[in-house]
Design a protein around this ligand. Structure first.
Ligand SMILES: Cc1cc2nc3c(=O)[nH]c(=O)nc-3n(C[C@H](O)[C@H](O)[C@H](O)COP(=O)(O)OP(=O)(O)OC[C@H]3O[C@@H](n4cnc5c(N)ncnc54)[C@H](O)[C@@H]3O)c2cc1C
Length: 456
């Protein structure tokens, strides 16, 4: 009998498995593929590795601006693909070793809830039963398809397929300009593809601050990406050698189309129907204080959870919360107010807390302060002045949210994460001095303005 059996070895599941050692819990982890889940195998890690290749290419291409003669660079796609695979392999190996060190028993196979435990069907069709005091379901998500764009692993690709493309498509259409679609647009645009980015809503990164989306849009256009927002596409015409995408009486012809319209939870055929677990449109409902479902002893974490962000680090935090409740009986809820979101485009966009629109909708009386990157010394040194900082605070009250666009935004956002989480007043946060010259000084300047003073 295990204290915990976990179904799914992605960020939610493996974080729970790793964290359990703090309480000496006995743990089994069931995974049907390699360990690591979407994030490690076909999401965050491979995508960011490709983006790094694009960044190096752009840096070398622009080298002469910095007085460095490097000749005309080219991308060796096979070498970049191999590097991506070796980064993933290295991390899978590290994770596998760490789980072993922590005495987590890993079972290869397909897990299903059954009579208070978990049944594991291995590759040979043999079924093993694992008895469990508690089960954590962490089965994750998969790319959503749309009618007229059935994934064929070739011309009509999901993000999973696109991360393994063996050559760079000369012409590509991307349907959906959320984080995943925009990251692919950025890296393919930077490395020389003709990119058509379609978004049905009225801006790239729907839900982000409009000024930030506008900045990103402008930077995309500089890369030659054809961005079409507020545009829905008709069903694709898939030919042997090309795809035709119709839209608004017009069309584009491309070599590949990448569909990036969101991710659907993986909750079918895992035995949920044999329990009292509530499922809403495929997402599992949990008590967000504890991550427990309506069935005592069954928890859910990660992308399958209803109403929480589909992010790896949200999954980590939920795995930790579930284990803490299992081990101690105490609720240690995730603080969703301050989970950063990073879009690793070039330039990066990062946000935390409420946007201006969300704060107004929530009924706050707010002040909004922003600051561009154009006058920021380090941004000029880096040749990357396309960016901004925007901070939202309650009138005479704490910082509620912030967005940063610019070089290193994904790293810089964490100081604002603390500001939001600790409900800092702008004047409190502005009292500390940022090192000079750094891009983060743009945050210091914005805080100072938000506190009613300004320097530059
Ligand atoms: C292209 C891309 C880029 C992304 N970039 C980022 C990023 O930069 N930052 C970020 O925070 N998030 C990113 N994400 C999202 C992130 O990958 C997910 O939020 C995260 O992986 C969710 O973790 P999870 O544990 O809930 O599920 P998953 O990672 O999907 O893992 C679920 C695991 O469960 C296994 N499984 C499913 N059913 C069963 C079963 N019945 N039996 C056994 N095993 C089963 C699956 O094989 C899988 O390994 C990205 C996603 C994509 C697609």
């Amino acid at each position: 009998m295990y204290d915990v059996v976990i179904i799914g070895g992605g960020p939610g599941g493996y974080a729970a498995a790793l964290y359990a050692h703090n309480f000496n819990l006995s743990v089994a982890l069931v995974e049907k593929e390699r360990l690591g889940g979407t994030c490690l195998l076909r999401g965050c890690i491979p995508a960011k590795t490709w983006l790094k290749t694009a960044e190096v290419y752009v840096t070398v291409k622009k080298a002469s601006e910095f007085g460095v003669n490097a000749g005309e660079p080219s991308v060796d796609w096979t070498a970049a693909l191999n590097r991506k695979n070796s980064v993933v392999d290295r991390l899978v190996k590290g994770l596998t070793g760490l789980l072993k060190t922590r005495n987590v028993e890993v079972f290869d196979g397909y897990g299903r809830l059954a009579g208070g435990g978990v049944e594991v069907t291995d590759d040979n069709g043999e079924v093993h039963r694992l008895e469990a005091r508690n089960v954590i379901v962490a089965t994750g998500s998969k790319p959503r398809a749309i009618p007229g764009y059935e994934f064929d692993g070739n011309r009509v690709a999901s993000s999973r397929d696109a991360l393994d493309w063996e050559e760079r498509p000369d012409r590509v259409a991307i349907i959906g300009a959320g984080a995943i679609g925009s990251e692919f647009a950025s890296l393919l645009g930077d490395t020389g593809s003709e990119v058509h980015l379609f978004e049905m809503l009225d801006q790239v990164i729907p839900g982000a601050e409009p000024e930030a989306a506008k900045t990103l849009n402008r930077e995309f256009k500089k890369k030659g990406i054809k961005v079409r927002t507020g545009v829905g596409v008709g069903p694709a015409e898939v030919h042997d050698d090309r795809v035709v995408i119709p839209f608004e009486g017009d069309y584009v012809e491309v070599d590949k189309v990448l569909v990036a319209v969101g991710r659907a939870p993986v909750t079918e055929d895992i035995g949920l129907e044999t329990t009292n677990v509530k499922v809403d449109r495929g997402f599992v409902e949990v008590n967000l204080e504890t991550m427990m479902t309506d069935e005592p002893g069954i928890y859910a974490v990660g992308d399958i959870v209803a109403g929480t962000p589909q992010l790896a680090h949200a999954g980590f935090a939920e795995g930790i919360a579930a284990i803490t409740h299992i081990a101690t009986g105490e609720a240690a809820p995730v603080d969703y107010r301050a989970i950063p979101l990073v879009v690793y485009t070039h330039p990066e966009m990062a946000s935390v807390g409420l946007t201006e629109a969300a704060a107004r909708e929530a009924g706050y009386e707010i002040e909004v302060t922003d600051h561009g990157m154009r006058g920021v010394g380090r941004a000029i040194i880096q040749g990357e002045v396309g960016g901004l900082v925007k901070i939202i605070n309650e009138v005479d009250g704490p910082i509620l949210g912030a967005t940063v666009v610019g070089p290193g935004a994904g790293e810089m956002i964490h100081e604002l994460m603390y500001a939001v989480a600790w409900e800092a007043l702008p004047s409190e946060a502005a009292a500390y001095i940022h090192a000079h010259p750094t891009v983060s000084e743009a945050i210091g300047e914005t805080l100072l303005s938000a506190a009613g003073r300004s320097l530059h």
